[in-house]
Design a protein around this ligand. Structure first.
Ligand SMILES: Nc1ncnc2c1ncn2[C@@H]1O[C@H](COP(=O)(O)OP(=O)(O)O)[C@@H](O)[C@H]1O
Ligand SMILES: [Mg+2]
Length: 254
């Protein structure tokens, strides 16, 4: 049965899509069967993974316009269901409207080990569907005060999903991104993130992702960050994070 992990944060530019791509690439390289689902009309993950924007979106599947297998595209970093701007302002009405994605993904649960849901910063109905469908959440956060403030919003949303639709929803942790390792302020804010995470009964991952121009270069060229410059800081940091997360996922399976 696939574990379903949402990348969630109230803040745009937190590193959700970048982290989703790195996780897709890293776990695929480890032999996991990975499906990424782009739930953001801006389609950043679709772009980064060099998938086809004109492809069927998850919403096409949710509204019954095609089968889920017809929406899956294959890439070197695992499979993806892509997004495009038709996902902006999606409306889903009726009872159980937050359950639709969970039901839509069910036929694929035994085809994959990991399903990654990349969400939009605005907490829309697709994000609520992602939290309903997920085993757990990762909260990427740029290490600054605005992202620290936004952490509370992300937590409130997760809590409301737990209370209403998904009591078992885990928070795997907060991943600090775009860290400037020489900045004292960043180090202080990282400490504040640790306190905030502890208050949410979760952790800040000990792997942290440094700010690196290579990330933007790889994305502009639609290259896999982990193989584009494998010895660069960002690729090594993401590899460490993937190893750290793998241990956490294995422990919960035991
Ligand atoms: N570690 C990093 N170093 C430098 N730039 C980064 C890093 N992580 C992300 N970025 C850049 O920051 C921007 C936002 O990242 P993205 O992953 O799209 O965030 P989100 O999905 O949360 O909106 C992108 O332009 C991306 O290239
Ligand atoms: Mg994004």
């Amino acid at each position: 049965m696939a574990k379903i992990i949402s990348l969630v944060s109230r803040k745009g530019g937190a590193g959700k899509s970048t982290t989703a791509q790195a996780m897709a690439a890293g776990f695929t390289a480890k032999g996991y069967r990975v499906l990424s689902v782009d739930l953001d009309g801006q389609a950043s993950l679709t772009h980064i993974m060099a998938a086809d924007y004109a492809g069927r979106t998850i919403f096409d599947v949710m509204r019954g316009a095609c089968s889920i297998r017809d929406a899956v595209q294959h890439t070197g970093a695992g499979d993806i269901i892509s997004a495009n701007n038709s996902l902006d302002d999606v409306e889903i009405n009726g009872d159980g409207r937050e359950l639709l994605l969970k039901q839509t993904l069910e036929p694929l649960a035994s085809d994959y080990d990991l399903i990654l849901l990349d969400t939009v910063a605005a907490f829309d109905i697709l994000t609520l569907n992602a939290l309903t469908a997920s085993t757990g959440v990762i909260i990427p956060a740029q290490c600054d005060i605005l992202n620290l403030n936004a952490l509370k919003d992300s937590y409130d949303l997760i809590q409301s999903a737990r209370e209403n639709v998904n009591a078992g929803l885990k928070i795997y942790g907060v991943l600090l991104t775009r860290i400037n390792s020489r900045s004292k302020t960043a180090a202080q804010i990282a400490e504040m993130f640790k306190e905030a995470a502890a208050a949410m009964n979760t952790r800040v991952f000990s792997s942290q992702i440094r700010e690196s121009a290579t990330v933007q270069r790889a994305q502009a060229l639609q290259k896999n960050l982990l193989t584009f410059r494998p010895n660069g800081n960002a690729a090594r940091n993401y590899q460490d994070f993937i190893n750290e997360l793998e241990i956490i996922l294995k422990m919960e399976s035991d």
